[in-house]
Design a protein around this ligand. Sequence first.
Ligand code: GTP
Ligand code: MG
Length: 256
Amino acid sequence: MNYFIGTAGSGKSTLTGLFKDYITKRDSEISAITLNLDPGVKTMPYVPDIDIRDFIVLEEVMTEYELGPNGAMILASDLMVNFLDDLKYEIDEYNPDWVFVDTAGQLELFAFRETGPLIASSLGFGSIQKAVSFLFDSNLARRPNGFISTLLLAASVQFRFRNISQINVLSKVDLLSEDQIEMIVNWSQDFQALEDSTNERESGLIRELSMLISEVFIQLGSTSELIPCSIKEEQGLDLLFAYYQRIFASDKSSFY
Ligand SMILES: Nc1nc2c(ncn2[C@@H]2O[C@H](COP(=O)(O)OP(=O)(O)OP(=O)(O)O)[C@@H](O)[C@H]2O)c(=O)[nH]1
Ligand SMILES: [Mg+2]
């Protein structure tokens, strides 16, 4: 069971749909399903097999509780926990090898309130293996300060879902040159390089703050390596799959 989490527009939904297709094309014996946990989404790049919108509709929450879109989205996310048994039932009906879970654009609703960790522990109980794939949007991560902000978010998500292995993915790498990709992946492994780039490319308060934060990461040791991925060019999917396999290696018969 894999949860795609990341900043708004980082490519979670596209990757969810594509990865299901990728995995089933790779091995027709493997069954995979998609689960949409974004109650507010209007249009999606794939048709989810299981959809929280069958149980909670944002517009109805707005009308019933007389809330604006943001307040309703917070409440709708919190209300998801009432439908855990229904979601579990639907997943069991499919009895899949893999479940790819798409989460809301406002990542704080899923990751920083109680909902996400509660859903992750309830839906993935017992021997069901779980992973979080955190998306670093190339649009943000191409500059040291954007990279550092995303790194902080990724670290907070890791902290919230601390019992679940996390893979960090650099999404939309078709927007970057080979050199840029190499440099950003290197930042995730060598925080001294990140500090050097910060020094070169940022100035004033942003530079100072970025340097302080990268110092903290230097002291903490390295985080996981970023996996470059592009949906447009179908790049990095093999590598991402290899990482999932490594995480789930202990029980190949039950990936979800
Ligand atoms: N260039 C490029 N664009 C991409 C890629 N993946 C997704 N996109 C585009 O990025 C935009 C957002 O993609 P989504 O998959 O909807 O992103 P999301 O994280 O689900 O968005 P929210 O749910 O709104 O937070 C769309 O216009 C996609 O076509 C990619 O690999 N390369
Ligand atoms: Mg989405």
